[in-house]
Write a protein that binds this ligand. Sequence first.
Ligand SMILES: [Zn+2]
Length: 267
Amino acid sequence: MPEWPEMEHYRLMLEQRITGKRITGANVFRDKSVNLPAEHFIAELTGRLVTGVTRHAKHLVIMLDSGNGLLLHLMLGGWLFFGNRDELPSRDFQTQLDFGGQTLFFLGLRLGYLHLHQVREIGRLLRHLGPDPMDSGFTERDMAVILHARRGVLKPLLVNQNKIGGIGNCYSDEICYEAGILPQRVCSTIEYREVVSLHRAIRSVFREAAASGGYIEKPFFAGDRLTGTYRCRVYDRKGETCDRCGEPIRFETIASRKTFYCSGCQQ
Ligand SMILES: [Zn+2]
């Protein structure tokens, strides 16, 4: 599932390609992907100018000059492609927005959605999300308060969108690895210096992953060589050798979530 780095990478690429551009047409091939009857949805979008693209945790919002925004959540398996139909690597697209000769395709939206709302309504819909860990206002102390208020273990807390926004199954493991902390650690036993390491690890992992276009290998445009080039250190690498200590990477299910870690260098 796309997480903070994938969505931030999409936000930047969309910002460059569609901000200031007018939507010349739209199409809906799966009614459940949108929240209005297809003809109404298309009519609301056609002719509108995109004024910006923002991100809130794993959500993107395509802002329109009508005062509405398109709220996108890719969930499991959703991805985006920008170009023309001949270049599309897959026919599994559910919605499209046309910008003159080029089109933004929304693919793999089985659980994901693209909903049109008034911008203030979007604010209300996203109010339950925890803080964005990359905001400069999110401090080590904030992280400590969130961790020490929990009885459970670290992994499910990191992926809880109501506590911290934007971290999912893959990067929670990468962050724990970077910080040298085991994902099964009981939150209340995590010392302040370890909280500082986790806070720092979120920033360094997210920065590197976003700059590498995230870990999901789905091109955003024809000839895209960046998207999906982040190399995970532990996620999905069960049995492979740890870069840091040479021990085999372990796999475990924690709170019904796939979890990868190194017991040699994480404590
Ligand atoms: Zn190791």
